[in-house]
Design a protein around this ligand. Structure first.
Ligand SMILES: [Zn+2]
Length: 364
């Protein structure tokens, strides 16, 4: 593995290996404090996200490495019109590894094609955020001591919430996982996730609008924030933003060893009175995020000379259409005119193609 762009790039063995290393780091911090001596991590944040950036920087520092970078597009050359590819090639001359966040879907993939050093996707718009998923998996593993036999409640924005979609996809690889999907009608899990992920893997799941209905059955309760930037309509956002607020009272029927998670930042989804409850794991989750990023940085730096079998495999299914463009306005191809539109044939019979960058289905 040379880059981490999508959580699907990782096999279940690779995920387990990362979790194992992260758990070892937690136990023996000293052993790892010089692992990246002399190495530099660049954090290129074309869209601000202080938490994620600090997590990457803290991870590299704890490995004995150094960090450089920028925290928003306005403070980089992009504001002067520089393309992502040029920025990446320039930074690759200074840094050994790059963590990149970008508002356009597929931008880190474009970067990884041009880059001479490993790229980690630290979030591309509403599309992928693989290190959040790894953080979630490590949190579950450490708090529950297992990744199978779990009933997981996901609550809030299940429509736009990418962390939720990635977590569902990742957890279906484990045995006896059940999902309770808690959301208002307007923010339900998209149909394609139900069909292509849940039903395809014979997962038991149910939907409800009531946060308390299945509380007693849950091993994990994953709360999410309704994010303003995902809505085109401000009114719709205001109507839905406080749809669920977890309080002590709502936890009355919950299991003693329930694990409450949240990707943070929280707004109103979890009442502050819950913070003292021993089942609240969301601040520990932040710390787990640093450890899994340490494991990932080490893995990518160690493996960067391996050949890219995965990428060769992918090339086969790809097709370039000169006349067709991706229809997703948030796709990186909409910003970058000289970028070749590439589509992957996902269904031969029905002639369905998917954009290589943002994964939007092409309707012909
Ligand atoms: Zn696209």
């Amino acid at each position: 593995m040379k880059n981490l762009i999508d959580i699907k790039d990782l096999s279940i063995q690779e995920i387990e290996e990362l979790i194992k290393v992260a758990q070892d780091i937690i136990k023996n911090k000293k052993k790892y404090s010089k692992k990246c001596n002399g190495k530099k991590l660049a954090t290129l944040f074309f869209e601000p996200s202080t938490r994620t950036r600090l997590s990457f920087e803290a991870a590299m520092m704890e490995l004995g490495g150094n960090v450089l970078g920028f925290s928003s597009a306005s403070s980089s050359s992009t504001s002067k019109g520089e393309s992502v590819s040029d920025t990446i090639r320039t930074v690759g001359c200074y840094a050994d590894i790059i963590a990149m966040r970008h508002p356009k879907e597929g931008a880190p993939l474009v970067a990884s094609i041009k880059s001479t050093v490993p790229i980690i996707n630290a979030g591309d718009g509403g599309h992928n955020h693989p290190t959040q998923t790894l953080t979630d998996l490590l949190t579950i593993k450490c708090e529950k001591n297992r990744l199978d036999n779990l009933t997981i409640g996901l609550c809030g924005d299940l429509k736009f919430g990418r962390t939720v979609h990635s977590l569902i996809t990742a957890m279906t690889k484990y045995k006896n996982i059940k999902f309770v999907l808690i959301s208002p009608e307007e923010l339900k899990v998209p149909e394609y996730i139900k069909k292509e992920v849940l039903e395809k893997n014979n997962i038991i799941w149910c939907e409800t609008t009531d946060l308390e209905e299945y509380m007693q059955d849950l091993d994990i309760l994953y709360m999410t924030r309704v994010q303003r930037e995902r809505f085109n309509d401000e009114k719709e956002y205001l109507k839905l933003k406080d749809c669920y607020i977890l309080t002590k009272n709502k936890l009355k029927k919950a299991k003693e060893d329930l694990c409450i998670m949240h990707p943070l930042p929280r707004v109103n989804e979890i009442s502050k009175q819950v913070d003292d409850d021993k089942r609240a794991c969301y601040f520990k989750q932040v710390e787990y995020g640093k450890y899994i990023r340490m494991a990932l940085i080490m893995k990518l730096l160690n493996e960067q000379n391996d050949n890219n079998i995965d990428e060769l495999k992918r090339e086969k299914e790809e097709k370039i259409f000169d006349s067709i463009k991706c229809q997703n306005p948030r796709c990186i191809t909409s910003e970058n005119d000289d970028l070749e539109p590439i589509f992957i044939l996902t269904d031969k019979e029905k002639q369905i193609y998917r954009c290589k960058y943002c994964e939007t289905i092409l309707k012909k």
